[in-house]
Ligand binder design. Sequence first.
Ligand SMILES: [Zn+2]
Ligand SMILES: [Zn+2]
Length: 253
Amino acid sequence: MADYKDIIRKPETLGWFKAAMAMKITRDCLLDIVKQATHELYDKIRKVIKIKDGIQEDVVCSQCNTPKVLPCDANNKCCNYGTCEFHTIHKQQSCPKANLCNAICREIVANHRFRNRSKKQSFKGPTWVNTDACKWCNDPWQIAKCYLSKEGYTDVNLAEDIDFNGIVYVIYNCEFFQAYLKDNLDRSRNVCTKARDVGREVRHAPSNSMTSQESDRAIDTLVALLQNLKHVNHQFAAKTAVDMLTQKNKTES
Ligand SMILES: [Zn+2]
Ligand SMILES: [Zn+2]
C-alpha cells in the first residue's frame, strides 16, 4: 500500500473529498427545507383527513403505536406470514380518537410514490419499521421517516441525524415534495435519482478516489438538484450552497 501521506495528496483523493464535501453541503441545505416541508406535509394530511373523515385538525393522539395502526399484511415488510411477530404483542385496532391514527397511516401510503407496486414487485411502499406511530401528531419527522428507502433508520429520531441519501429518498419517495421541485419526478431519470446515484458513487468509490471529471460531474448533479427548487425562499437558501459548490470547483480544479 502506498504511503498514507501520498494517498492524501493524490488528486484522485482530493477529487473524492471534494465530491463528499459537496454532498455534505447539499444535504445541509436540503435538510432545512425538508424539515420545514415535513410540517407542511403533516398539515396537508390533516386537511385531507378533515375532509374525508371529518376529524378536526386540533384532535391529536399519542396512544397508537405502529402495530396498532398498520394492517397486518405480509407485503409490508414488517409482518410475516403465519404468526406475525410484528403483531404478536399489539394487534391492529382502531384509534380511540375516531380512527385518526388509522387515517394518518392511510394518508402516508397515499403519498408514497411506489404505493401501487407492492403486489407486482418487491414491496417499496412506506418503511414502517422506521417510524413510531405514537409520535405522528407531535413530531412530523416520524411521518417523513416512512419515506426513507430502507430499514436502518430506526434510530434516526432527529432529522439532523439523517444522511444525504436519506434526505433524497424522502423527497423522491413522498409525492408531496413534487410541489417543491421543477423537474417531473415521475420520470425514471430525474434530479433525485441522479443525486441518489451520486451518493452511491461517492460512497462506493474504490479507494476513496475520483478523477476530476468524475467529481465535477457529481458536483454538477448536486448543483442541478439545488437549482431545481421551485419556491423563492428555497432558491435563496440553495444559492448559498450552490455558490459554495461552484466556488469549490473553480478554486480546486
Ligand atoms: Zn402483522
Ligand atoms: Zn391514535
